[in-house]
Design a protein around this ligand. Sequence first.
Ligand SMILES: [Zn+2]
Length: 232
Amino acid sequence: MAEPVCTQGRDQLARLAFPRIGAYDLNLRFYPRSDLKCAFTKDAVNSILSCLCARCTNHLSYIGQSHLADPAGRERPSDFTERILGRNSAHSAIALFALLVHCGYPIFIIRFLERDYDDVTTIESYCRQERNINARDLEATHWPEFRIRDSFLSGQLAVTFIGAMHQFAPPVMEGRDHAVYGSRRIMPFFAEELLGRGTFGDVYGFKIHHGYLRIPVGPCFKPSRLCLHSLH
Ligand SMILES: [Zn+2]
């Protein structure tokens, strides 16, 4: 029997983890936004939202949207597709949607969109202030009804969400000032190489994924390799 569309979507998403070579820990890879945009086309998002497998149908009821499963009804889960894709990348919820696909709860995106949340106001904000979000807050803010219905599954989703969110929101490298990142952030780097050890820390060379490199540089700069100073 063919797998439901939501599961197929999750399997396809897993193939986008970057870097693609096997040496990297799967949990430390990231999902480049540019690849998410290519993979989650309007048709792909429509078909995932329209999945009516037993799981997705249950999830619709967990967020009080069972009526969307009624083929005779006027509203459809796919009514939310445009809002996932957004008018421009600043207001899209494509990374949040991908995270929910990864967690196995794609339909929960509706719960966020109904209240005008997007990538910037959810995972990008949570990843910046990683100490300020915990599983209980997430459940209480975004799916309180689900927590009442099934506290075990709700808690499991919250832990998976927080555990994986950094993979969907690496920081964009911009500005000339120094920056400090939390220890759990997943950076858009690859091909890291230890260049040397000094008194105060280690120096690494690395490459930055093109989608996250917005450091203002002169015309002669070749973005082949930058250095990272990691303090002891
Ligand atoms: Zn499904």
